[in-house]
Design a protein around this ligand. Structure first.
Ligand code: S3P
Length: 440
């Protein structure tokens, strides 16, 4: 077995021995769907029952914000949660600043909801990473709808202040494919009279559209033109939501089992919404052996069990419309590429520079420290695979996906790796390192 220790200074020490990964795993609930279930539950009428909720730091931030806004949300542990909604437009003005922590989804989607709470004042902040991330992509279209929002750097950085207003519907051509932008505008549009239309350059994840329809919103999607229209004002009714496992968390095990010889893992109950399965397409094209079993639809979302066996991977070129379908998986994909034969070219991924860390820089810097041949480009990475990696001291930049990606790289490297600031993983996958200790 690999030796994996968690030290008191928040470091994962990983010394691999090539032990194959075998067995069956259930990854935690999907982060995007969990946020949306809590939010729609809070603004719907009646009770929403959520099963399989992700209890991670990000979703706890969403729950804390909506509790401060007056919604009754039951204790988040275990993962079955009930939300007593307040109804559209009825959030209360909190007596203090809302804190979205590290969560971009919480802050951006919440801005859409808060902007429409007429006559109430809100302030929202986050941690140092979130305060440095761009909010203009949401604030600009909300201002076009008539919102009043103030913040640093021309209203583009948190802390942000919002004075709720009656909003007007708009037609918005988003310059980026972003589910957070689209969802923030849809949430605002729920409160407006008329049709709000949002068009994206490529399709981003569509969990909001699916869940809004299930809660009773009048919404239509034109897939060919990547356009969503919502007719407001809406009346949402509390629902039952069963959250599938997060494919973004499953991705770490898909890559680990692919690159460690003689491995075979079954990941049960994973969400396989086609707007999220770019990682399956790309790993498949690289030669990975992944099969979908027991495919089904669970409260409006496609779900399957994923079986993965180790395989020889080869480099590939990715970009364009694929990027939004695997945007959060690029760090772990870079690890797969480092162990693949030939070159992997990742393009059109400049968005990675404004995630929880600058992920292009972070991935290139840390994999280079391990001996990988990685070139950082303005909008992507070139990775020459097949160079053996060496364990060393590694930094997560406080980014959950960096912590877990580096752990998988360490699992297939020679010598010992020390991954500092590893607790960041708790943002989306608090049990990750315990699971690693059990199976590696
Ligand atoms: C998310 C959308 C994506 C993704 C993020 C979660 C969501 O961000 O990277 O982790 O839940 O809507 P963008 O909308 O900025 O692409």
């Amino acid at each position: 077995m690999a030796v994996i220790q968690i030290t008191s200074d928040d470091t994962w020490q990983i010394q691999a021995d090539g032990h194959p990964l075998r067995g069956s795993l259930q990854v935690p609930g999907d982060k995007s769907i969990s946020h949306r279930a809590l939010m729609l539950g809070a603004i719907a009428e009646g009770t929403t029952h959520i099963e399989g909720l992700l209890v991670g730091e990000d979703t706890c931030s969403t729950a804390a914000c909506f509790r401060a806004l007056g919604a009754e949300i039951s204790h988040l542990n275990p993962t079955a949660v009930t939300v007593q909604g307040l109804g559209i437009g009825h959030l209360q003005e909190p007596g203090d600043v809302l804190n979205a922590g590290n969560s971009g989804t919480t802050m951006r989607l919440l801005l859409g909801v808060l902007a429409a709470q007429t006559g109430r004042f809100f302030a929202i902040t986050g941690d140092a990473s979130l305060r440095s991330r761009p909010m203009a992509r949401v604030v600009t279209p909300l201002l076009q709808m008539g919102a009043q929002i103030w913040g640093r750097q021309h209203h583009s950085r948190a802390p942000l202040a919002v004075l709720g207003q009656p909003l007007e519907p708009i037609t918005y051509y988003s310059p980026i494919a972003s589910a957070q932008v689209k969802s923030a505008l849809l949430l605002a549009a729920l409160h407006t009279e008329g049709t709000t239309i949002i068009r994206e350059p490529h399709r981003s994840r569509d969990h909001s559209e699916r869940m809004l329809q299930a809660f009773g919103a009048c919404l239509s999607v034109d897939e060919a033109t990547c356009t969503v229209s919502l007719e407001g004002p809406a009346v949402l009714k509390g629902q039952k939501v069963i959250v599938p496992g997060d494919i973004s968390s499953a991705a770490f095990w898909l890559v680990a089992a692919s690159i460690i010889p003689n491995s075979e893992l079954v990941l049960t109950n994973v969400g396989v919404n086609p707007t999220r399965t770019g990682i399956l397409d790309v790993l498949g094209a690289m030669g990975a052996e992944i099969t979908l079993e027991n495919e089904r639809l669970v409260t409006g979302e496609p779900v399957a069990d994923l079986r993965v066996r180790s395989a020889t991977l080869k480099g590939i070129r990715i970009g364009g419309e694929l990027i939004p379908r695997l945007i959060d998986e690029i760090p772990i994909l870079a690890v797969a590429a480092a162990f693949a034969e030939g070159v992997t070219e990742i393009r059109d991924a400049a968005e990675l520079r404004v995630k929880e860390s600058d992920r292009l820089k972070a991935v290139a810097t840390e994999l280079q420290k391990m001996g990988a041949k990685v070139t950082e480009l303005k909008d992507g990475l070139d990775i020459q695979g097949g160079v053996p990696l060496q364990g060393t001291h590694l930094e997560t930049y406080g980014d959950h996906r960096m912590a877990m990606s580096l752990a998988i790289a360490a699992l297939n490297a020679q010598g010992t790796s020390h991954i500092h600031n590893a607790r960041a993983a708790a943002v989306s996958y608090p049990e990750f390192v315990t699971t690693l200790q059990q199976i590696a």
